[in-house]
Design a protein around this ligand. Structure first.
Ligand SMILES: NC(=O)c1ccc[n+]([C@@H]2O[C@H](COP(=O)([O-])OP(=O)(O)OC[C@H]3O[C@@H](n4cnc5c(N)ncnc54)[C@H](O)[C@@H]3O)[C@@H](O)[C@H]2O)c1
Ligand SMILES: O=P([O-])([O-])O[C@@H]1[C@@H](O)[C@H](O)[C@@H](O)[C@H](O)[C@@H]1O
Length: 542
């Protein structure tokens, strides 16, 4: 079949039905709980809540002493309860992550079971914080026990089984052949999804050779003509999104970049520093505009959320400016799947335990195509940056251990070793000073099956980003004002990302527990619930 047969180009999957065996139905009527409060109102289509946000403002008095002043801001939140029909379009759909997440959603929707050497395995969403974890709803007043609910049930979120999937790739391989090329999944599982995946053919994509490793060229046989940015490329991608939406009867689409890591783009005044300059640079075919930035611009102009799962600086200042101008959602960067996820939890624990981390050595080798692309220095540099900055906030927050500007030694090494395929080996050493001149040395050997760790994050990013399109807010003190969306830069996604993109001028939080807390408590606030507190005073004051 012609690789781009119209009927198959970006062929979709999914029939809007979440009757998978391992997951709850997604219709609003299946909502697990209601909040009984004068501050929360349910209508057929909306959840309306009045939420008091309590913070502490810290200033310094004339003597240089801190003054902490409790503050309260009351917000009105509105949640659209209608779960829409959602499409997920992946850039790099034919890659290890793209094929794995597609096969995984099919397996879950059909409730597949397959034989392995360790016996039968059933489809699941392990590794997804939304589908695989819970949150504390509250406490049973009689039994005094915590009541925990599936994270997915705190708000009416889309169910991943219902996602309609499509996307682009510079490789023309259909998803079944690409799944074989990826060598991630068990043959007994592949055999059960092969037929569907064979019908899925990535749409042609844009390819500007200078942005990814030269060793990727042999894959590039599925191209939109033109090897540098143009408005024609922007418009073609926008049309692809509109066509996908129309062909599949979708209410909305979320686009994610899970294509190769690009080199960083130089930030050039007059080229990509403002929205207008970036649009002009694209019109003029400026060499410094990357494929990922072209996709971001196309999605922003199409008001389609765009998430960057790779470490390059897709969101040049002009792209952020454009997103803000259009009120379009963007998020990134770089899925946080294994070695760095562990680091962002372990460093948080050590430093908050008062242990002075003095060096972190992070080495890994892997043998997949991502590793092959990263074997090129300029692409590795993008990854080195995202993997290195993840401890900055935790170090800067502890002035007891670290003087201003002081930080642990930190090195990141990535080597390409084809033999291990997608099963990355991460070796880390954490070296710390402890009491009275002692040392603690923590050595970790962590085999990360990279695509099986990243695929659930792709799902979480889509589900959360889509949920954010159905949440709006206004200040209670301005009852006549219009509800509006969160800031265009979705920093709420940071738990899934190594180098969280935040609204300009706002701090970056990398500590994993804080990131999860932000996601949990913002969603709780949208149904009028207080932040999760571990104070449990009810168990201490009686
Ligand atoms: N654990 C993980 O797998 C993990 C974690 C963090 C980040 N990432 C990032 O996710 C990305 C994908 O990882 P992967 O293992 O799936 O890599 P992969 O190389 O298997 O897949 C990338 C795909 O993108 C395609 N591609 C390249 N340029 C393209 C373009 N301009 N348009 C469309 N398609 C294009 C390639 O043909 C390939 O099929 C990489 O950037 C990687 O660094 C992966
Ligand atoms: O998320 P994480 O395991 O820290 O980082 C991973 C790196 O260790 C790996 O080398 C790279 O190929 C993956 O894309 C991913 O970025």
């Amino acid at each position: 079949m012609a690789p781009h047969a119209e009927a198959d180009a970006g062929a979709a999957y999914g029939n809007g039905n979440s009757n998978g065996t391992n997951n709850s139905a997604s219709s609003p009527s299946s909502e697990l709980f209601t909040v009984s409060s004068p501050n929360v109102t349910y209508t057929d289509n909306e959840i309306l809540s009045k939420y008091t946000y309590r913070t502490t403002s810290v200033t310094k008095d004339a003597a240089g002493k801190y003054v902490a002043t409790p503050k309260e801001t009351v917000y009105d939140f509105k949640v659209d309860r209608k779960v829409p029909k959602v499409g997920m379009m992946l850039v790099g759909w034919g890659g290890n992550n793209g094929t794995t997440v597609t096969a995984g959603i099919i397996a879950n929707r059909r409730g597949l079971v397959w034989e392995t050497r360790e016996g039968p395995r059933a489809a699941n969403y392990y590794g997804s914080v939304i589908m695989g974890s819970t949150m504390k709803l509250g406490t049973d007043p009689v039994t005094k026990q915590e009541v925990n609910i599936p994270f997915h049930d705190v708000l009416p979120m889309v169910h991943p089984n219902d996602l309609v999937i499509g996307g682009w790739d510079i490789s023309s391989m259909n998803l079944a052949e690409a799944m074989d090329r990826a060598a991630v999944l068990e043959p007994t599982l592949k055999a059960q999804v092969k037929k569907e995946l064979a019908q899925m053919v990535p749409l042609p994509s844009i390819y500007y050779p200078d942005f990814i490793a030269a060793n990727q060229e042999d894959r590039a046989d599925n191209l939109i003509p033109g090897n540098k940015a143009s408005m024609a490329h922007v418009e073609k991608i926008r049309q692809d999104i509109r066509d996908f939406k129309q062909q599949n009867g979708l209410d909305k689409v979320i686009v994610q970049w899970t294509a190769n890591t690009e080199r960083y783009a130089d930030i050039i005044p007059g080229v990509n520093d403002t929205a207008d300059n970036l649009l002009k640079a694209i019109e003029q075919g400026h060499e410094e505009v990357s494929p990922s930035t072209v996709f971001a611009v196309a999605c922003i102009l199409e008001n389609t959320p765009f998430i960057n799962g790779s470490p390059q600086n897709t969101f040049v200042p002009g792209a952020i400016d454009l997103a803000s101008r259009h009120g379009a959602f963007i998020g990134g960067d770089d899925f946080k799947s294994g070695q760095t996820k562990m680091k962002s939890a372990l460093v948080d624990f050590l430093i908050n335990a008062g242990i002075k981390l003095t060096s972190i050595a992070s080495y890994n080798h892997l043998g997949n195509n991502d590793g092959k692309n990263l074997s090129s220095q300029r692409q590795f540099r993008s990854k080195e940056i995202s993997k290195s900055n993840v401890v900055d906030d935790m170090v800067e927050a502890n002035s007891v251990l670290y003087k201003k500007g002081e930080h642990p030694d930190h090195t990141v090494v990535i080597k390409y070793m084809p033999a291990v395929g997608d099963n990355k080996r991460a070796l880390d050493e954490y070296y710390a000073e402890i009491f009275l001149g002692g040392h603690q040395t923590i050595s970790i050997f962590n085999v990360c099956e990279d695509s099986l760790l990243a695929s659930p994050l792709i799902i979480d990013l889509v589900v959360v980003a889509e949920m954010m399109t159905r949440i709006s807010w206004k200040l209670s003190a301005q009852p006549d004002s219009e509800y509006k969306g969160f800031h265009s830069v979705l920093s709420i996604l940071s738990y899934m990302l190594k180098a969280p993109l935040t609204p300009p001028g706002t701090p970056v939080v990398n500590a994993l527990a804080k990131q999860r807390g932000a996601l949990t408590n913002i969603f709780r606030a949208c149904v009028g619930l207080e932040p999760e507190s571990d104070m449990t005073l009810e168990h201490k004051l009686f």
